[in-house]
Ligand binder design. Structure first.
Ligand SMILES: C[S@@+](CC[C@H](N)C(=O)[O-])C[C@H]1O[C@@H](n2cnc3c(N)ncnc32)[C@H](O)[C@@H]1O
Length: 216
């Protein structure tokens, strides 16, 4: 039976601003709980306002590890003013740019999970460039251009430990279904073709791969 979040964690997830539906959240939670058993940190690329972070944080708490979450907090292309995924509440009126860090901090505080999360604020490739330790799980949910999705994969997938999990969001094999581009799908195909990762679960646009070989 896959691990499931307690009702209060699921309620906090559903109350948080964000995009992930509950069925995908449950699969992400089960993956995080399983990966937590490796005793290594769980890392997310794409914090936004902390919706999915809640699940990683609670799984990390249960496993006695930390959740790490990477974001520059200025929003992805499709979240900018004028685009479909823009939320005016995420704009900092003083600087006139998106800033999702305050909402993220409120989300974690409300859920009682601040102690279990380390927020890494900056561009994913810049942080990955000096990262040098193994991770139990990497959840890729950052920028959806080919440039961003590829650099997230190349920067972070090498750190997934043997037996650890690589989770990719917004994988849309059919271009008819995609809203934000097919770059995550191309990264998913690349991971499978590498021979280093094997798919172990999926629901909706979420894919869970396990490291079963070396490389990326
Ligand atoms: C789809 S949202 C993440 C949603 C979140 N995981 C959730 O479930 O609510 C993508 C996030 O990735 C961040 N992002 C995009 N490109 C990035 C980059 N190169 N480095 C760091 N963060 C980035 C954006 O700021 C945005 O908050």
């Amino acid at each position: 039976m896959p691990a499931a979040p307690k009702p209060e964690i699921l309620a906090a997830f559903e109350a948080a601003k964000g995009f992930m539906p509950a069925d995908e959240g449950l699969v992400l939670y089960a993956a995080a709980a399983e990966a937590g058993a490796l005793g290594l940190p769980l890392l997310e690329i794409g914090t936004y306002c902390g919706r999915s972070t809640i699940l990683l944080a609670d799984a990390a708490r249960q496993a006695g590890v930390s959740a790490l979450t990477v974001d520059h907090h200025r929003g992805s292309e499709e979240q900018q003013p004028g685009w479909d995924y823009h939320d005016p509440e995420t704009v900092d009126p003083e600087v006139g740019l998106m800033d999702t860090l305050p909402a993220f901090r409120r989300t974690l505080h409300r859920a009682g999970l601040e102690e279990h999360v380390v927020a890494l604020v900056g561009r994913s490739p810049r942080i990955a460039a000096f990262w040098n330790s193994p991770l139990g799980l990497v959840f890729v949910d950052g920028g959806h251009t080919d440039e961003h999705a590829t650099s997230d994969y190349e920067g972070w997938a090498p750190h997934v430990a043997e037996g650890g999990l690589l989770v990719i969001h917004d994988v849309f094999p059919d271009p008819v279904d995609e809203f934000t581009g097919q770059a995550p799908y191309r990264v998913y195909l690349r991971a499978l073709a590498s021979g280093a990762f094997t798919e172990v679960a999926h629901t909706g646009s979420l894919r869970v791969l396990r490291r079963t070989g070396a490389g990326i």
